[in-house]
Design a protein around this ligand. Structure first.
Ligand SMILES: Nc1ncnc2c1ncn2[C@@H]1O[C@H](COP(=O)(O)OP(=O)(O)O)[C@@H](O)[C@H]1O
Ligand SMILES: [Mg+2]
Length: 454
């Protein structure tokens, strides 16, 4: 970082904390510090008294120490700012906030809040959200989510879909144009299973200026709901499926994580003006139940990317455009599957889609197989029995036809089917008032051609 970059970062931090930009004396102190000058020399250069410069210096270090949560002084100032910049700041540029120790200090907003508690800029805390570089299609889904968030003010929205179908991408992409509707937006992934307390603490750190976080879970919840009532906030929790125990029926929380269930329920039931968006490849059971009772809770299941998938193939400069529909059909318009496969076709088949499609047995690229394996590993033996039956059926089957092969008691069989449904592994049809089921085509392809041919 050059001196100017350090000064800009420092100015953002001071503004975030005090609502005021660095004045010329403070700037001179920082500039002198960065050039390795003593207080005496700095004071001399700007024709001020050394005592006054020392006092101003201590005040600046005090503010930085508070923001960084560690002692900042004249000798470690540059190193600490460069560390903060290395980890966070570069990705935050253009995203309306400065991040320090994983706490995003919304530079402009907090500054404005400090001045007038105004709301002309939104406080964004994207946490570890991936940057969305390419995004195609999904206009309908985007319109739907936007309407739910903005016009209908739904309190709990769940975006569901199998891994790699584009939940994270869609959520982040659709929030971008409407972010000014919210006072605060927070994104957090639950990938590493943080406890509810950790998540609440983090949200409160973002919300509260005084940074006094209550010690108990109950008090944290009370304080959070106070903010959710007072301000219109959007909290996006991604990878919610990680809270559920593997080899248990879908939606069963791991030990120690059950209080998330109560939190989601409370978000749906308590009156406030904010929105919690959950992204998950398994539908939480309580969401399914709450949807029946409340009209402020909705879920959207993400399916094929449709014709917009062609743009992904175009990006990889694939050939044989007449065969693209066949490729998209094989991957059910699964963006990640298509992206990875397009790269494979480019690398090993010279971009020739027809040659790839002629391979027998059909090829499913390794990284996608790995993801599907991971999902299958979470299933119970009961569920595996059902999907193994469905994997080898070309036509949709009704309940008794599926159970004919496995011969389970009906309550057991329904439990398994219900769980697979929450995992979004089933496709449902209706024919003459009879419900028919097939397996998600991508999973079926995997089970039929990859696992069984090993
Ligand atoms: N609409 C889209 N347009 C282009 N690429 C997409 C789209 N949706 C998803 N992708 C790509 O597919 C991959 C998986 O998307 P992601 O949002 O992480 O899926 P999920 O969150 O459902 O697991 C990413 O590499 C992403 O870039
Ligand atoms: Mg995701």
């Amino acid at each position: 970082m050059d001196i100017q970059e350090v000064l800009t970062l420092a100015d953002n931090l001071i503004f975030a904390s005090t609502g005021k930009h660095l004045d010329h004396l403070q700037k001179a102190i920082l500039e002198g510090t960065l050039q390795g000058q003593t207080y005496t020399k700095i004071a001399e250069d700007i024709h001020s008294s050394e005592g006054h410069i020392r006092d101003l210096g201590s005040e600046i270090w005090r503010i930085f120490s508070k923001e960084f949560g560690e002692t900042v002084n004249k000798s470690n100032f540059r190193a600490i700012l460069e560390k903060a910049n290395f980890y966070n700041y570069s990705s935050a540029i253009g995203r309306d906030y400065v991040t320090v120790n994983n706490v995003n200090i919304c530079s402009e907003v907090r500054g404005a809040q400090a001045q007038q508690r105004g709301q002309d800029r939104v406080c964004l805390d994207w946490g570890d959200a991936p940057e969305i570089l390419t995004f195609y299609g999904r206009q309908e889904e985007e319109n739907c989510l936007t309407e739910w968030m903005i016009k209908k003010c739904y309190r709990l929205i769940t975006l569901l879909g199998i891994s790699g179908v584009g939940k994270t991408s869609l959520a982040l992409h659709c929030v971008e144009p409407i972010k000014s509707e919210f006072h605060t937006i927070i994104y957090r992934s639950l990938r590493f299973c943080p406890s509810l307390e950790e998540i609440l603490t983090h949200c409160l750190e973002v919300f509260s200026e005084s940074s006094i976080i209550p010690p108990t879970l109950d008090a944290k919840l009370t304080q959070l709901f106070k903010y959710l009532r007072q301000y219109r906030c959007l909290i996006i929790l991604d990878d919610v499926q990680m809270l559920f125990a593997p080899q248990e029926l879908a939606g069963c929380y791991q030990a120690g994580y059950e209080n998330y269930r109560l939190f989601f329920k409370q978000i749906a039931e308590v009156s406030h003006q904010s929105c919690l968006m959950l992204l998950s490849s398994e539908k939480p059971r309580e969401v399914a139940e709450l949807e029946l009772e409340h009209d402020t809770i909705f879920s959207l299941v993400l399916g094929s990317l449709g014709q917009a998938s062609k743009q992904i193939l175009r990006d990889q400069k694939l050939r044989d455009e007449t065969e693209w529909n066949e490729l998209i059909k094989r991957y059910e318009g699964h963006p990640l599957g298509l992206k990875l496969t397009a790269a494979l076709i480019q690398e090993f088949f010279g971009g020739c889609v027809s040659e790839f499609l002629q391979c027998s047995p059909p090829i499913l690229c390794e990284p996608l197989q790995f993801r599907l394996y991971q999902q299958l590993e979470r299933l119970t033996t009961l569920e595996m029995k059902i999907i193994n039956t469905l994997a080898h059926e070309d036509q949709p089957l009704n309940l008794s036809a599926i159970n004919h092969n496995i011969q389970l008691s009906y309550p057991e069989f329904l439990k398994g089917l219900q769980s697979l449904n929450l995992r979004l592994f089933l496709k449902k049809f209706e024919q003459n008032n009879i419900k028919l089921f097939t397996l998600d085509p991508l999973l079926r392809h995997f089970l039929k051609h990859t696992i069984s041919s090993e």
